[in-house]
Design a protein around this ligand. Sequence first.
Ligand SMILES: [Fe+2]
Length: 193
Amino acid sequence: MELKRFLGDMAVAFEATGNPVAINVAAMIQRLDSGAEVNSAQQVTTPSSMKQALSAADCHPAADQLKFIADSFPWISAKGFRKAPETFMGNYNFVLIVGPNDIVINKEFRCGIFLQDANTFYPSHMHEAEELYFPLSGTALWQKNTGEFEPINSGQLIHHLPNQPHATWTRDAPMLAFWAWVGNLSADTYTYV
Ligand SMILES: [Fe+2]
């Protein structure tokens, strides 16, 4: 139930951005049969920075339901995903909520949450999927292509085009975000730049 509420809150937040891709994702979220119970088969520990992100003063109201479900999510550690640069390994975690093989099965789009620890650099990378990030806690510095790193606050939408390089740099607070992929959903196109 909390998962359904969380996705509903994110759909409302996406709609309010006015971004056409976000509005499309919001409509796809609203069409989901998202009553799935989150019941992780593995014993997965919630990342320690999650509590800090959810209790931060800038934590967005759309993250409220996460307080009830974060501990039962099947968190994926960077260590278990793919080879990342040394400085980045182990400093981020994510949850695949909606997608072809995820908590809520859907082949049209992917979405989930992403948590990057404080003082961590997520090196520039790209993928074919078009991507939206909606930060829910923490102001990180975001870069597109080879541009300047710009601070983006919680509640500000970030939009990456297909194959557009992007990087994220956290300072003294972790950054929690909701994200969505549309287009080519295969992770096989994901590469560091
Ligand atoms: Fe990305």
